[in-house]
Design a protein around this ligand. Sequence first.
Ligand code: GLV
Ligand code: MN
Ligand code: MN
Length: 393
Amino acid sequence: MTVNENRFLADLHKLREFGASGIAKGVVRPAYSDADIAARRWLAGRMEEAGLRPHFDPVGNLFGMAPGTSLLMGSHSDSQPEGGWLDGALGVIAALEIARSSDRPISVVSFQDEEGRFGVTTGSAVWSGTLDLAKADTLTDHSGTSFAAARSSMSDMAQGFVDPARFSGFIEMHIEQGPTLDAEGDLIGVVTDIVGIRDMVISFEGQQNHAGTTPMHLRRDAFQALSLFNAEINDRFQNVVTPQTVWTIGHVDVHPNASSIVPGRVRFSMQWRDGDADRLRRMEEIIRGVAQEVADRVGMDLSFGPMLGLEPVAMDQRLRLALEAGAEQIAPNQWRRMPSGALHDATNVSRLMPVAMLFVPSINGISHDFAEDTSESDLVAGLNVLGQAVEQL
Ligand code: GLV
Ligand code: MN
Ligand code: MN
């Protein structure tokens, strides 16, 4: 198989134009935004030109179907609210290039809402049966828009769900989004397993009041509750976590967010990740327990949103060995096996078929930021490893 490196890079740059931020190579292309839908329409056209049959499912996942049974390859083309040009996009365009270069049947997919505007890898979670569609429809983004309303914006294009039995396996190429390959000078990472994740929204509700007249001892300040909660979990986690465990409060909505008002309500995201499901469970106990203690101490009403999550999963050995053989051919002694600390659609797809993943370096380990980047020679090396692996399967 001879891949066309220039065509691959040109399509990757073309996809970046949909939602281009104007800062570095960043993109703003959240799931179901105008830019996301326009990008998906363009991708559908490119799939058709490659001889694949475009198929949008009821949640906006876009498949480019090869006839008969095929190997599925791809990733996602939605982005974070401030995202990079490669997160997801690389895996989709690499899959497209392999599909149009190979004489084997390769189907291509761009999953919808991998970045979790509504849930955690929402589109592939619904397709794989990890998340019930009726439950997904009730999920809301931070502005209160429901998944049901958002996906209806693509309903004019929607056909049914694709039968997973059409596919013999799934391979996803992605940027590492972390520092390891870049720091070690390696070109390729072959993924061994993907960590698990838990994600939920927590709310403290106290009493909104005047910031000048309300004595400190009478306040029920929601921001103070969050501040206590954060300090306390950081402390209590110390007995439970490993250096690989991570946790993040990434979205905070303080109400009404004004200098002269004691905030009456705070709603925030609490997310934690680890490769051990039991550790995720113990962290959940700490989170729920500490939130209740803080609420009792400072007089808050406490509520928890729906608990979302994905379990840790291992990659399929046969597919992984094919990627390792390709890596050894293209980048001898410059590749490594590694776990993925980022979440991927491959986690959900692993419920349906064998899956494997390939990483290329992220410059300075930066991702989920406009500055995310990878050298073009590394992107092409990854594409060639993918091509070699497909040849061998
Ligand atoms: C996916 O983008 C993740 O948050 O790991
Ligand atoms: Mn991604
Ligand atoms: Mn991402």
